[in-house]
Design a protein. Sequence first.
Length: 268
Amino acid sequence: MIGRRRLLAELAILGGLILVLAALGPFGSYATPLGSRLLHWALYLVIGYAFFRPVIAAGSALARQTGMSRLVAIAVACVFGAFPTSIIFVFAAAGPAWRSVTASHLAGAYLQTLIVGATVTIVQLLAERGAVPVFSAQPEPALADPQPTAAVDAIEREVAPALLDQLPPHLRGPILCLENEDHYVRVHTAQGSALVLIRMRDAVAQLEGQGARVHRSWWVARRAVSGTIRQDRSWKLRLVDGREVPVARASVPDLRALGWLNDEPPAA
């Protein structure tokens, strides 16, 4: 759910962009009257906002799965997201004359949609940087076959007060893992997760001796690991809350030496 403060920030930036584009009149729109330009860009950006808003979530998910930079993953999501959006724009504008739509129309609409969609995505990123609080709480989804409470209680003493102080009170508890999201770190605890404005390496430094950096985007508490999953040459760690965390191939030798990559939880 979008926070009210974040939503208002996004809409404010979006409104400013509508005025700028209406004044500049790009893509040949300058030849039309100001009122028409204003309406055109208002509709275009608002519809683009609705279609492109999931792009950041999709890009973040892609970054977590592949290990690529979050910004690069978001750019890739924009490239793919512009395809269905441009098709909808073209055929909706053509109306009854949809049979006259050509490949050149689609190509031009795709380029324009990609530019507008990227602009909308930048609006969201700007709002994310400037409008959200230091943390953004997110309750954990229910996971199938949860581990016994005792498994979570076993890591109760391994907490990082300095990092936990930046979380909402109801989420403070045993830290299970850290997930890198660009300039933020999502701190996963036994009670849920929250997004904290901190560099990954600084967050990991606060937890020295309590776990390991298993992937460029992940740090895991050693007592949070309940098992491992191996698929050919790829490994994943299964945590006590049912989460599965990918292991980078470069980290496999170190984790194997620590005794993490076996059928049993890693030794304390």
